[in-house]
Each structure stands twice: as C-alpha cells, then as structure tokens.
Design a protein around this ligand. Structure first.
Ligand SMILES: Nc1nc2c(ncn2[C@@H]2O[C@H](COP(=O)(O)OP(=O)(O)OP(=O)(O)O)[C@@H](O)[C@H]2O)c(=O)[nH]1
Ligand SMILES: [Mg+2]
Length: 193
C-alpha cells in the first residue's frame, strides 16, 4: 500500500465526535503497551504519528487517523493497565462498547497480541466480545523481533488456540521494529478498502 496522505482527524470520547462520512474503519484493540500505536505507525511509515510510549496508558481516546482519504485507523486505549481507577475502567468499557457495537463504518478489528506470551485473559475476553458482535477480526501477533524466528510458529499456534481463533479470522506475525508481516497485514485489509 502506497501511503500518500495521513491525517489525524479527531480524538473522540463520545459518539457525536466520530467523523462524519462513510469511509471504512479499522479499529485497534489490545492490552495497554502491547504495540497498537506502533502498529499504525509502521503500517503508514511514520515514526511517531500515532503517539507511542514505553509507559502503558498513552492512548486515552479514540483517535481517528484518515489514511489516503480512503479509510481510517482508529487507535483505541488499551486494556489491562493496572493503574486505573474503577471509574476510569468503567468509562473505558462504555467508550469501547459504544464504538464497537454501534459503528457501521467499522469493517474489522485488529486485535494486537504479544507473540512472546500466550494471550492474556483480557485478550481472550476481548476476542470473545468481538465475536459476540460478529466483528471480523485480524489478530496481529506483534513484537516478533523479540523472539527467535524458529519459535514463531509454535507461539502463533498457542495464540490461536488460546484465543480459540475461528477459521474466518487470520493471525499475522508482526514486528513494528523490523516491518515483518506488514505486507501480509495490508493484504488482509485490502478486501475492505
Ligand atoms: N521490540 C519491539 N517493541 C515494540 C514493538 N511494538 C511496540 N513496541 C514498543 O512497545 C512500547 C509500547 O508501544 P505502543 O505502540 O505505545 O503501545 P500501545 O498498545 O499503543 O499502548 P497504549 O497506548 O498505552 O495502550 C513502546 O516502547 C514501543 O516501542 C515491536 O514490534 N517490537
Ligand atoms: Mg497507544
């Protein structure tokens, strides 16, 4: 995919703020600090366009990035970050639920998991939530650069089994560090754009 234009359109916390129009959207989901914003940056060849941080909890709002005036990546705050209050967690839950269950422009979720470790309970819950609402899901198993290539397939198998990935959904081994899996990810998204 040749990226000609990227634009940060809005940071939304409620429905009224979502962008107007009918462009398809792909929303990132995943544990805090797993690499969601880094995934977006790698895909669009920008260093820190979607803000990243070594501290979890960087992304706090639904950030709509318009790509090539053709579709949106929606960066979503991560889950599983211990240092948040109950009230914050509830607000997060409402924001995510509203977006994922009502947004007609949403074509697929990109569930980002860490290839190094089996998916967490929260990852499994998130996948079950997405499947409950019949949202097509592409699983991106990232940080592949942190384990030897010889272990990738075994770890991918564990991830698929732990999530109970359905045959319609694909898992792609990825690295925001090396660009591994980038072409494959674009290939998988192509059918919706
Ligand atoms: N080695 C390596 N590090 C990565 C990779 N992807 C992300 N990171 C690092 O992981 C940290 C978190 O990345 P982010 O992209 O900010 O994570 P996030 O999921 O957007 O986090 P929140 O916004 O807090 O939910 C940063 O220090 C990144 O540099 C990867 O593929 N390989
Ligand atoms: Mg982020």
């Amino acid at each position: 995919m040749k990226i000609t234009n990227v634009e940060m359109v809005i940071s939304a916390v409620k429905q009224e703020q979502y962008p107007a129009g009918q462009l398809p959207e792909f929303a990132l989901a995943g544990r805090s600090n797993v690499g969601k914003s880094s995934f977006i940056n790698k895909m669009i060849n920008r260093k820190n366009f979607a803000r990243t941080s070594s501290k979890p909890g960087k992304t706090q709002t639904l950030n709509f990035y318009r790509i090539n005036d053709a579709f949106y990546f929606v960066d979503v705050p991560g889950y599983g970050f211990a240092k948040v209050s109950k009230a914050e967690r509830e607000a997060w839950g409402k924001m995510i639920e509203t977006y994922f269950t009502t947004r007609e422009q949403l074509k697929a979720a990109l569930l980002i998991v860490d290839l190094r470790h089996p998916p967490t309970k929260d990852d499994v819950m998130m996948y079950e939530f997405l499947k409950h609402y019949n949202i097509p899901t592409l699983v991106i198993a990232t940080k592949a650069d942190k384990i030897p290539r010889g272990k990738w397939q075994q770890h991918a198998k564990v991830a698929k089994e732990t999530l109970r990935l359905i045959p319609d959904d694909e898992l792609i081994i990825f690295s925001a560090e090396t660009g591994q899996g980038k072409d494959e990810a674009w290939g998988a998204l192509q059918k919706w754009v």
